[in-house]
Design a binder for this molecule. Structure first.
Ligand SMILES: Cc1cc2nc3c(=O)[nH]c(=O)nc-3n(C[C@H](O)[C@H](O)[C@H](O)COP(=O)(O)O)c2cc1C
Length: 404
């Protein structure tokens, strides 16, 4: 089914009583008005049908409200929905709440209090709330839901919902991904999909890695071993749910099984670019991923972040621009300090200048403050000295061969 926004939706059975309503958003270009996602994204809502009514888990973005109701009515009579579980108040999962409320003002919205205040502030709707206090359960005859508070696995109100009878964990943003896969479950989770998932983790939840890891541990401690992990973006993990937990854990830690070096540079008139070339020529066997900001190239910053997340060493090279770093590099470091803080990733800094520069000192401080481990740096007037080049090359080489 297609809409005027070039989006479509699909409806699939996930289990005996759970149905997926998935909106494929091909219209969105910049997720959170920031992250370039030509691959698109999905919004996954779920309906659990029981003997005494149904439960809706999460919704879609507001502009797809009409499509949401159209899809919902194919699965269940909206009036039969007794509870709307809001795992996360962000509008990509709650925007259709107003439209839903028009057709069912009696369903009770289940969420943590911060979500209630956010939703009441943003939307006009009449439905009552069941405000959760701590982790607690709710029963609707043959449906038992356990709500697990997972604060700051994106926002302060974020939670997960575990459907005990079928061992399905609805995780909202956690274990989600960008892209619009051909299938709905992890049978189609290939390398490309994994890359989109890592990109999603880094850009959306990157600042909250520690909370993500803590809450993965919390699920373990609470003995929750889901048979199916059903996030609100991307694929449902029903064949191998453990796999997405392992992947997410590895990415949240910034680990990789590849010997990969990432170079991110800006170059206005070629001085930095020629040094980058020399470094790459000196290490012919190395898997370099290079991202450039030049007068005819502007790589996606989100791809640079994603590759840097799993790199063994990161090289950041900047010309001096009005005494400081080039604006593209300044922005990149700013985003690093938000999304990749504290990974202790080995880093090499290169700075070129013409007459006087503070870019090297500023970049060094900013990267150290962001929790990167600066292992070497070189500052040069237009051309790098041979001995500096040699040293930088051997620092990169050593970082690539070091054990994690
Ligand atoms: C717009 C602009 C601003 C610059 N500002 C400075 C500066 O404040 N201090 C300095 O030493 N060099 C400055 N430079 C010189 C460059 O930093 C220097 O030529 C550098 O090596 C350029 O590297 P690239 O060719 O890779 O961009 C500036 C150059 C440009 C084009």
């Amino acid at each position: 089914m297609r809409s005027k926004f070039m989006a479509s939706y699909i409806i699939r059975n996930v289990s005996k009583s759970v149905t997926l309503l998935r909106l494929n958003d091909t219209d969105v270009k910049y997720f959170e008005a920031n992250w370039h996602i030509p691959e698109g994204i999905t919004y996954n809502a779920y309906v659990i049908k029981g003997k005494d009514g149904a439960v809706l888990i999460d919704l879609w973005k507001q502009k797809y409200s009409d499509l949401f109701l159209e899809a919902l009515k194919q699965v269940v009579e909206p009036a039969e929905i007794r509870y709307v579980v809001v795992n996360h108040a962000e509008p990509d999962h709650t925007g259709a709440l107003e439209a839903f409320s028009e057709v069912n003002p009696n369903a009770i919205v289940v969420a943590f209090p911060i979500a209630e205040s956010l939703l009441r502030a943003k939307y006009n709707f009449k439905n009552q709330f069941k405000s959760l206090k701590n982790d607690e359960s709710l029963s609707l005859s043959d449906i038992t839901l356990k709500f697990i508070y997972t604060p700051w696995v994106h926002w302060p109100e974020t939670m997960m919902t575990y459907y005990e009878q079928e061992r399905i964990l609805f995780t909202c943003d956690a274990f989600g991904s960008y892209s619009i896969p051909d299938g709905v479950d992890d049978q189609v989770a290939d390398k490309e999909y994994e890359r989109y998932s890592e990109k999603y983790l880094v850009t959306v939840i990157g600042s909250y890695r520690d909370n993500l890891l803590k809450n993965i541990e919390k699920l373990n401690l609470e003995g929750i071993k889901p048979a199916i992990i059903a996030p609100s973006h991307g694929l449902i993990w029903s064949k191998n749910p453990e796999r997405v937990i392992q992947l997410y854990t590895r990415w949240a830690r910034g680990e990789s099984d590849e010997k990969k070096a990432v170079i991110i540079y800006a170059s206005m008139y070629g001085s930095i670019e020629s040094v980058v070339k020399k470094i790459k020529d000196s290490l012919p066997g190395v898997n370099f991923k290079t991202f450039a900001f030049t007068d005819n190239k502007r790589d996606d910053i989100e791809d640079a972040l994603t590759e840097a997340n799993g790199a063994k060493v990161v090289v950041i090279a900047s010309p001096t621009y009005e005494v400081g770093p080039h604006p593209s590099i300044a922005q990149l470091i700013d985003i690093f300090s938000m999304k990749m803080k504290g990974l202790n990733k080995p880093t090499v800094l290169l700075t070129s200048y013409g007459w006087s520069s503070t870019a090297d000192k500023r970049n060094l401080k900013a990267m150290q403050d962001a929790g990167f481990k600066v292992i070497d740096q070189a500052t040069f007037k237009e051309k790098i000295a041979e001995n500096d080049l040699k040293r930088i090359v051997s620092s990169i080489s050593a970082a690539l061969s070091s054990q994690p």
